[in-house]
Design a protein around this ligand. Structure first.
Ligand code: FAD
Ligand code: EPU
Length: 338
């Protein structure tokens, strides 16, 4: 355990916002985490856990302790003819885990290549991209309960996964810390290329029978072509969730906005790309002061200079208002606001 006081968090959040924490406590094991939680600095003050800081916006200094999770370890814990079960520490870098699996031809998370951040945050918002969500391969999540310090294992069903949602954002919010996850991955080369952009990317590369590595590489190329690299331009990926609306309301919108895209969900609701709504408000690639939207992806809010978190939040709220005025749709923030 390593503690720094009055520490800038600029290098620990992908927006690159220069907020400070009273304490930054780096932990590298479950035992260190348990020790940290009983120190007066954490027991008697507000605290939060940080992985890669790629889904968080600090709008102020954090008057408490930030626990920087670096719990490592990746191991195969079980195997049968068709599957392997991989256990990973929550402080592992997600993309490194994906590459570790791709190298071994363990299939299931290659579509989630290049998502920034750590393994432990994956189940929190049920990370998803290109037709796959972590819930599709997740076997179990191990958590440390804050109130009594016990370790508990939740099954996939117990995590109550939804689109960018889980029990960790609701009933268990602030009540536990994820320490490891177990993924069930396929040893057969079954790839998921249902997402249009992947199909197109593979066709253009002349690949007809893609393997796990081919799909992972295609996803990486697509992502690099449209999402800004946070090390060059601060951002936290999609700032808002894609809204889901009732079919009747979508039909009304379609009458007024002929080209509005919509995708029917299992629930019967229609998911509308928020990036399209924002672009239609004339807000793609705009800059207001030090912040604005990305030129290739209106759903990504970026830090064009030394924006403060408050400046970014105010801009995000102005986007919500414009979309609401034009489409009567309330965009919900995906990024965690502190
Ligand atoms: P952090 O930002 O560190 O934390 C996020 C939240 O989880 C915070 O509230 C934090 O307190 C909490 N938390 C973190 N670790 C733990 C833990 N171990 N236990 C309990 N609580 C914890 N997301 C997608 O789903 N799909 C994408 O395609 C995608 N693309 C992105 C592209 C870019 C360029 C960027 C910058 C972000 C993207 N994201 C995407 C968002 C982000 O990468 C994911 O949400 C990621 O899982 C966040 O991981 P993190 O470790 O950085 O979380
Ligand atoms: N679009 C526009 N203008 C834009 C951006 C998008 O019109 O500026 C429209 C286009 O019609 C496009 C559609 O939106 O076809 C979908 O765009 P894209 O494929 O880029 O995906 P997205 O819906 O904007 C979601 C996730 C991403 C994930 C991608 C790929 C959410 C909130 N975002 O974005 O996740 O990588 O799909 O699966 O669900 C994240 O969560 O941070 C994130 C990046």
């Amino acid at each position: 355990m390593y503690t720094e006081t009055n520490r800038s968090l600029k290098e620990f959040n992908t927006f690159g916002v220069d907020a400070k924490a009273n304490q930054l406590v780096t932990i590298t094991s479950v035992d260190e985490l348990k020790q940290a939680l009983i120190t007066p600095e954490i027991k008697n003050n507000p605290w939060l856990v940080l992985g890669g800081g790629s889904n968080i916006l600090f709008t102020r200094d954090f008057d408490g302790a930030v626990i920087l999770n670096r719990i490592k370890g990746v191991e195969k814990i079980r195997e049968d003819e068709n599957y392997v079960w991989i256990k990973a520490g929550s402080g592992e870098v997600w993309h490194e885990l994906v590459m570790w699996c791709v190298e071994r031809n363990y299939g299931g998370i290659e579509n989630l290549s290049l998502i920034p951040g750590c393994v432990g945050a994956g189940p929190i918002q049920n990370i998803g991209a290109y037709g796959v969500e972590i819930k599709d391969v997740l076997e179990a999540v191990e958590v440390l309960m804050i109130d009594d310090g016990t370790l508990l294992t939740l099954s996939n069903a117990e995590c109550l996964f939804g689109y960018r949602d889980s029990i960790f954002k609701n009933q268990l919010r602030g009540k536990c810390i994820i320490v490891s996850v177990v993924l069930k991955l396929s040893k057969k080369t079954e790839v998921n290329t249902t997402y249009g952009a992947i199909k197109q990317e593979l066709e253009e590369a002349g690949i007809h029978n893609p393997g796990i590595r081919d799909v992972g590489e295609a996803v990486i190329r697509i992502r690099k072509s449209k999402l800004p690299d946070p090390s060059r331009l601060g951002n936290a990926g999609s700032f808002f969730k894609n809204p889901e609306v009732e079919k009747e309301f979508f039909d009304e919108l379609k009458n007024e906005f002929e080209k509005i895209p919509g995708f029917e969900q299992a629930s019967g609701k229609i998911k509308i790309p928020a990036g399209w709504l924002i672009e239609q408000c004339g807000l793609k690639g705009v800059r207001v002061g030090n912040t604005g939207t990305h030129k290739d992806q209106a759903l990504v809010i970026v830090n064009y200079g030394n924006a403060s978190g408050k400046e970014i939040l105010d801009f995000a709220d102005s986007v919500i208002e414009k979309v609401k005025n034009k489409f009567s749709i309330n965009l919900e923030k995906e990024v965690n606001i502190i």
